[in-house]
Design a binder for this molecule. Structure first.
Ligand code: PGA
Length: 242
């Protein structure tokens, strides 16, 4: 299992429903990261499932964008955590707001998926975050706490789970919270919700070359979950220079 505590910062690329075999090849040719060698920072690519095994010939780590709540059986179209493991995945994004919104992933389903990941030694990146109304009403912290409490697996630890704070209104919108708002929410999760456990928390939502540095330099931020900018190769390379 990936030893996440060995890393200082983690960068996770979420391709979402984008890519092709030729794009995957170009990506592997262009994106270089000395992640394993210096053991300081870590880069993980989450392409759509058909492209994951292509990365075996590179030194890039891979992850899934989602997994099944089921282990096996008559569930057409599903991909289990065991299958992700078989393909060489180290992590899996779970509870992304797009899964919650378009595929009805409830807190209960997310809880089951997180359990499956932990059972199969895949590190889940558990996504949480408030929508714009909840933020305007001053309920962001409560919403995040409720999401965490409703889905965190019983046996989670700072070695087997990563969190990602992704305010919904920031995803794909070009908007990001103020820098001190990001550190405030991350500190709140670490100190008040998780009682100072050393759980890694990534930030996600409209991270780009022009804004990533201020975010990743925050001591409360353990890395970035990047969507749109991760599939623009030139843009993404700039981010990987940090
Ligand atoms: P974005 O997506 O970087 O395109 O805003 C982030 C995410 O959805 O994980």
């Amino acid at each position: 299992m990936l030893k996440i505590q060995d890393f200082n910062k983690l960068i996770v690329a979420n391709w979402k429903l984008n890519g092709s075999f030729s794009f995957t090849k170009e990506y592997m040719d262009q994106i270089r990261f000395k992640t394993i060698k210096n053991q300081k920072n870590c880069l993980i690519i989450c392409p759509p499932v058909p492209y994951i095994s292509e990365f075996k010939s590179s030194n890039l780590l891979t992850g899934g964008q989602d997994c099944s709540r089921y282990i096996n059986g008559a569930y057409t179209g599903e991909i289990s955590t065991k299958m992700l493991k078989d393909m060489g995945c180290q992590i899996c994004i779970v509870g992304h707001s797009e899964r919650r919104e378009f595929f009805n992933d409830s807190n209960e389903i997310i809880h089951e998926k997180l359990n499956n990941c932990i059972e199969d030694k895949i590190i889940p990146i558990f996504c949480i975050g408030e929508n714009l109304n909840q933020r305007k009403e001053g309920r962001a912290k409560q919403v995040i706490k409720d999401q965490l409490m409703a889905s965190l697996p019983k046996d989670y630890s700072d070695e087997n789970i990563i969190l990602a704070y992704e305010p919904l209104w920031a995803i794909g919108s070009g908007l990001i919270p103020k820098i001190d708002e990001i550190s405030e929410i991350h500190s709140y999760i670490k100190e008040e919700v998780l009682n100072n456990q050393n759980i890694k928390i990534l930030y996600g939502g409209s991270v780009k070359a022009e804004n990533y540095k201020k975010i990743i330099d925050l001591k409360e931020v353990d890395g970035l979950l990047i969507g749109g900018a991760s599939i623009q190769i030139a843009e993404f390379k700039k981010i990987l220079e940090f």
